[in-house]
Design a protein around this ligand. Structure first.
Ligand code: CYC
Length: 196
């Protein structure tokens, strides 16, 4: 059984090669086949627990369209997650599937995405994350400024994730799944690579 500040279990569950193949197959107009690959960054370079994330279409695994570093922290008895961009995303493309590249990343290569911190709570059977309230996580997409509203849930079986962007003035949905959350399953776990 896990608990509210169990970074190791959370990281162990997050570090995997995830696919929503079943969902994409069942509902092709609404869900593309996406792969999410998360690997721990070596503690030699990142003394604070940090994960590297790549999101890609299954047919273009070597050209991920979203690359981030996620830093896990314990603050006031619960966990939080900070989101970082890569200053030069191009130089590290594919690092989630290439340990040699992964080892070349250092804290100097990343940049905090202000306003995008998340709370992560233990539900008793899973961890649930949500971005901190206040519409502060701004994402410009299709030339429009939006704020992120999201939630994800993870356990031993699955990763469920819903990320959407809304217009800060009208609260109208601008981007994100109209059909609901993405359901990912693990193809391969990297829990054994977690060093913290
Ligand atoms: C955006 N997703 C975002 C943003 C944050 C997260 C902070 C806004 C800033 C940014 O572009 O990074 C964070 N979402 C998360 C985290 C998880 C999550 C930490 C737990 C793994 O689910 N994002 C995912 C999903 C996936 C997704 C697994 C569903 C397919 O990690 C989609 N998130 C997604 C997209 C954007 C986004 C498409 C918009 C990015 C953009 O247009 O720039």
């Amino acid at each position: 059984m896990s608990h509210a500040t169990d970074l190791k279990t959370l990281a162990g569950w997050m570090c995997a090669d995830f696919s929503n193949q079943e969902q994409a197959f069942e509902n092709p107009p609404f869900y593309a086949h996406i792969r999410v690959c998360i690997r721990p960054l070596p503690i030699a370079n990142f003394p604070e627990p940090s994960l590297f994330l790549e999101q890609a279409y299954d047919y273009a695994l070597d050209q991920p369209y979203r690359v981030r570093v996620l830093r896990l922290k314990i603050i006031e008895g619960r966990m939080e997650l900070e989101n970082y961009k890569l200053k030069d995303q191009e130089s590290f493309l594919g690092a989630a599937r290439d340990q040699k590249k992964l080892k070349e990343i250092s804290p100097n290569d990343i940049e905090l995405m202000g306003g995008c911190d998340m709370f992560i709570n233990w539900t008793g059977t899973s961890f649930k994350g949500v971005v901190k309230p206040g519409k502060n996580c701004r994402v410009t997409r299709k030339g429009r400024e939006t704020y992120l509203d999201n939630s994800f849930e993870i356990d031993e079986e699955k990763l469920i994730s819903l990320d959407r962007g809304y217009d800060p003035v009208t609260n109208e949905l601008v981007w994100g799944s109209v059909a609901g959350a993405f359901h990912f399953k693990r193809r391969q776990s990297f829990a054994n690579e977690v060093e913290f």
